[in-house]
Ligand binder design. Structure first.
Ligand code: SF4
Ligand SMILES: [Zn+2]
Ligand SMILES: [Zn+2]
Length: 299
């Protein structure tokens, strides 16, 4: 296979447009797509400080690397935040990878851990309980990231969610019939105390992200989180992968379908106002935020 643009040996065939691309043209294509997402979504403005959530997995590693490249020459500051949830046999390796990529790029890194923030690792929180570890993990990680980003004076939090994640999230909310949560994927306005989130990789398929990491020499093969298979997301991921292989383009059309729904709902779907959590002061629906509620349950 030859690159459609220059005739050099190709490293990938792009399903979305049928093009074959060589290594250099793939990197240019990838970074141009991410830049387009960032620009068209008005995600990053000049003089902003962007907190990048870097777990050390391939998505967040690609995110930091790609943002560093496409923002070079602009007055935008990147700072990495790494959250250690405390998952034995999984998180330690990825934390080392997160430290390595931040060091390589000269980006300041801020570490946060569940142990310090909440007094217990995720492993201990869920030990012997019939609970979904991903619920605890997701709620506390979001809470910790928001607090860290606020402390660092960040204007936005960038996360490494990719096209596969977005398609899964849309499908999960359809399956649960949770329109409120679905519409939260595209917040209408900023909420006091909540650092706005951006997802520059949201239109990039997981496979292209893995290749981007490989060709840039930043790929780190991590094990899967031991709790991943217990979640609904894992079932939906398998279902979406199976559909994608039978009907290529399913993930993209799932996300595009949601985008179109979101456009049509503009104005009709009012975003609810958040109050301050009585315990920690973070923005939340109701009197106490989800993190404080879960902490109470653990006790
Ligand atoms: S799979 Fe679940 S428990 Fe593991 S890191 Fe992801 S959200 Fe956390
Ligand atoms: Zn080429
Ligand atoms: Zn709270």
């Amino acid at each position: 296979m030859k690159c459609t643009i220059c005739g050099s040996p190709a490293v990938i065939s792009l399903k979305r447009n049928g093009n074959y691309l060589c290594l250099d043209h793939f990197i240019s294509y990838f970074e141009a797509k991410v830049e387009e997402t960032v620009l068209s979504g008005g995600m990053i403005a000049e003089k902003e400080r962007i907190a990048v959530a870097v777990s050390g997995g391939k998505d967040s590693t690609a995110l930091l690397f790609c943002l560093y490249r496409i923002l070079s020459g602009r007055e935008v500051e990147l700072v990495a935040i790494t959250v250690d949830e405390g998952i034995a046999g999984y998180r330690d390796d990825t934390i080392q990878a997160a430290k390595a990529i931040a060091r390589q790029l000269g980006v300041k890194q801020h570490m946060v851990s569940f142990r310090e923030e909440y007094g217990s690792s995720l492993d201990r929180m869920v030990l012997g309980k019939r609970v979904a570890p991903c619920t605890y993990c997701g709620v506390f990680r979001k809470h910790a990231l928001n607090r860290a980003a606020r402390t660092l004076g960040a204007d936005k939090i960038a996360t490494g969610h990719n096209l596969d994640d977005e398609a899964q999230t849309v499908m999960m909310n359809y399956l649960k019939g949770d329109l409120e949560r679905l519409m939260r994927l595209r917040p209408r306005r900023a909420q006091k105390g909540l650092v706005p989130r951006i997802k520059p990789l949201r239109m990039m398929p997981e496979k292209e992200i893995a290749l981007y990491c490989m060709v840039n020499g930043i790929f780190f093969q991590s094990r899967e989180c031991p709790y991943a298979s217990l979640s609904l997301r894992a079932e939906v991921r398998d279902m979406m992968n199976s559909l994608e292989s039978q009907f290529p383009g399913t993930k993209l059309s799932t996300v595009q379908g949601f985008e179109s729904l979101d456009q049509r709902m503009k104005g009709d779907w009012a975003q609810m106002d958040l109050a301050a959590c009585r315990k920690c002061g973070d923005p939340c629906v109701g009197e106490r935020c989800k993190a404080c509620q879960l902490l109470e349950e653990i006790k």
